[in-house]
Design a binder for this molecule. Structure first.
Ligand SMILES: [Zn+2]
Length: 154
């Protein structure tokens, strides 16, 4: 039985890009007292996707909307100086895009949104980039790094 997924929501973990999965999970458990993870998927800086929760179960990403959300986060969102920023690596961007496409196959009507686009989220800037702009302008890193490749194939 599957939930009615209305939103695919993007997050940052609001940590350094180098934060470990263990530290993030410990924070949820000990600080937030959550029994379930904050997100269904976490994307590490090397692009590895870690599934934390079955999509049919509800995670903790968006206060008041979680029943309808699949939550995805990249590890990062904070610079060394503690400032909010889009710290995604090219590998994280690629993995994020592919993960969204894969979820969309199963939930074609789900809308992609950033956490901060939902009301009453405590003034959060998460995921620290404009989701709609990113989705519109995204180019896979392999194409970005080899811009002539397509022409050469002719
Ligand atoms: Zn968030």
């Amino acid at each position: 039985m599957s939930r009615n997924v209305k939103y695919i929501v993007l997050h940052c973990t609001d940590t350094s890009p180098l934060a470990s999965m263990e530290a993030i999970k410990r924070y949820w458990k000990e600080h937030n007292k959550w029994e379930r993870p904050g997100y269904h998927y976490i994307i590490k800086s090397n692009g590895e996707v870690v599934k934390l929760l079955n999509e049919n179960l509800v995670s903790n990403g968006v206060l008041g909307f979680n029943q309808q959300c699949i939550n995805i986060a990249y590890i990062g969102g904070k610079t060394k100086e503690g400032k909010h920023a889009d710290t995604r690596t090219p590998q994280q961007e690629d993995a994020m895009y592919e993960l969204i496409m894969w979820i969309k196959e199963r939930h074609p009507n789900a809308e992609l949104k950033g956490h901060c686009e939902f009301p009453n989220q405590g003034g959060r800037t998460c995921p620290n980039f404009d989701v709609k702009e990113w989705q519109k302008n995204y180019i896979p890193s392999v194409v970005r790094e080899n811009p002539d490749q397509e022409e050469d194939e002719e």
